[in-house]
Design a protein. Structure first.
Length: 273
């Protein structure tokens, strides 16, 4: 992987095992949009970015060098050796089929609060509606950026609202869970900033303090928001593939990267005929 810095453009060349569209549109994050030219735009960590992939080249438009190293390099997990990881996964025949079918999936490293809130909203919901609720949430309570897009509202901002005030985003029963998460995060009862470093079981219990947060939302928050690659979210597709292929648990070749393996298996099983 080679990184080249131009004025208002950062280009990565010779990128292996990376598919931008697949990574941004496989159910990990809900704020990215693709235009007619295949360029993706979105806001993360309060920063707006446009990104375009052409084969093994990835272009970041408008990113500073500081933001690239501080936000986008970790956000897309670009320093992890996915080629080596995939080679290890391929020791198992079913994992090999999943990996070779979708080798470009990366685990996004989002803000813990955004991940938590997004996956609370995702419960018993479909992706178009999840995206709509989150967009209304950001437009109503986030900060407007010069580009016209909005930041994800902070826990502190949402903690000041009532269920009635949150009704504009049309989240239904999830509104009270969002507010409970916001209040417990804002006051420090739930310590999101420590979830990436505390023992994994302790981190799970920390998230389960929040009303409406069960095992799946907790695991999604830990994996996609805290970089805990050992977290293992189980939805209907993952439960199905585990029952069909791994009733005794994942193969040894997965090691501590259960969350990464889960994403390959999830996407593969969901799209398998």
């Amino acid at each position: 992987m080679e990184t080249i810095f131009y004025q208002n453009l950062i280009k990565i060349k010779n990128l292996i095992c990376f598919d931008l569209a697949l990574t941004l549109d496989c159910g990990q994050a809900f704020r990215w949009k693709e235009d007619e030219n295949g360029c993706w735009s979105g806001v993360a960590f309060g920063k707006f970015i446009r990104i375009l992939q052409k084969d093994d080249e990835l272009c970041f438009f408008g990113a500073t060098r500081e933001d690239f190293y501080g936000i986008w390099l970790p956000y897309f997990d670009l320093e992890r050796d996915y080629e080596r990881l995939c080679e290890g996964f391929c020791e198992d025949i079913s994992m090999k089929e999943a990996v070779t079918s979708y080798p470009g999936i990366r685990i996004l490293h989002q803000e813990p609060w955004e991940a938590l809130c997004s996956f609370i909203i995702s419960q018993n919901n479909n992706i178009p509606r999840i995206k709509g609720i989150i967009e209304r949430l950001c437009q109503s309570f986030g900060e407007k950026l010069p580009c016209g897009e909005y930041t994800f509202p902070t826990a502190q901002r949402l903690s000041e609202l009532s269920v009635e005030e949150l009704a504009t985003i049309r989240a239904g029963f999830r509104a009270k869970y969002i507010l409970d998460a916001a209040k417990k995060t804002a006051c420090g009862e739930v310590k999101l900033d420590l979830l990436s470093s505390m023992p994994i079981e302790q981190a799970r219990q920390e998230l389960l303090k929040i009303k409406g947060v069960g095992n799946k939302v907790a695991e999604c928050t830990l994996l996609y928001g805290c970089g805990r690659m050992e977290a293992f979210p189980e939805d209907v597709w993952v439960k199905r593939v585990m029952a069909e292929l791994y009733p005794q648990g994942l193969p040894a070749c997965v090691g501590e990267n259960r969350g990464i393996a889960q994403q390959y298996l999830f996407h593969w099983r969901r799209n398998k005929n």
